[in-house]
Design a binder for this molecule. Structure first.
Ligand code: SF4
Length: 275
């Protein structure tokens, strides 16, 4: 399987939920990219190599105009840029059994989205009062409607196998696992090991590019002001290793052995970048 980078673009950190594990709770909320800056970021994506894009938030549908704008822009440049997989990630709070909901799915499909992913099937979102399982029938309908054209799926149970963001602090003793996986569970796709090995770059709503979604390491540079290929070329050897070989290689180089880190990747960044 070809290993290609994934660019995760946080269009916004606005959200209509307040989940106790959310890493946005670490800092500034209510930030969204402007259309102008999003266009510049998309233009700054690398040329001449294949990669995947994940558009997410916050809750991305709170910035629906920006999302649709971004998808329209991506549609224009997708082939030239080499975007293989285009994914939209949402908490699913907008799902209603009505035409507006299905029209939005249609719009995603028209604009080339390959996957719509509902990332809220876990104990932490339920603690915040949101239970996606109650909207399962809508996901089912959409999945049936788009079968083989666009994947509509709930996040896999494996994503709940480790704690990230503030769950590391807020649920220190929790060993609870997701007990009610959505039926779209596909354990091999985002298993913990894969997640750790997947090269992922994160672009925040202020335009800064980081190697970790926690935003704990110092940002590598502005993806609004610089070509992403240039930022990547200037990365330190350790950051290169973080992205391409996984966090475990960095831990080894530093002589660290964080027990159980595979279940708590966020603990790693806190340990590695605590200064
Ligand atoms: S839905 Fe996602 S972005 Fe919103 S508060 Fe929960 S974890 Fe954070």
């Amino acid at each position: 399987m070809e290993i290609m980078p994934n660019y995760v673009i946080f269009l916004t950190n606005r959200c209509n939920l307040k989940c106790p594990h959310c890493f946005w709770e670490n800092g500034v909320r209510d930030q969204s990219l402007s259309k102008k800056d999003l266009k510049r970021i998309l233009k700054n994506l690398p040329n001449g190599r294949s990669f995947n894009i994940l558009l997410t938030g916050g809750e991305i549908t709170l910035e629906k105009d920006l999302l649709i704008y971004g998808l329209e822009e991506l549609k224009k440049i997708r082939k030239r840029k080499g975007v293989i997989n285009l994914e939209v990630q949402t908490n699913g709070s907008w799902l209603k059994d009505d035409e507006e909901t299905y029209n939005l799915f249609e719009k995603f499909y028209e604009l080339g989205v390959n996957n719509v992913q509902f990332a809220s099937n876990d104990q932490f979102h339920r603690t915040a009062g949101f239970d996606i399982r109650k909207r399962q029938h809508i996901i089912d309908k959409a999945e049936k409607r788009f079968k083989k054209r666009m994947q509509v799926w709930g996040v896999y149970a494996e994503s709940d196998l480790y704690k990230r963001g503030r769950a590391v602090e807020n649920f220190p003793d929790s060993s609870e696992r997701c007990q009610y996986p959505l039926k779209y569970e596909k354990p091999t796709r985002y298993s913990v090991g894969d997640e750790l090995r997947q090269p992922r770059f994160y672009i925040f709503p202020d335009g800064n590019l980081n190697i970790c979604e926690s935003g704990i390491p110092t940002p590598l540079g502005s993806a609004i002001e610089n070509s992403i290929a240039t930022i990547e070329r200037k990365m330190s050897e350790e950051h290169q290793a973080f992205i391409w070989k996984g966090i475990s290689s960095v831990l080894t180089q530093r002589g660290l052995h964080l027990e159980g880190y595979e279940e708590h990747p966020c603990s790693c960044c806190r340990e590695l970048y605590k200064d």
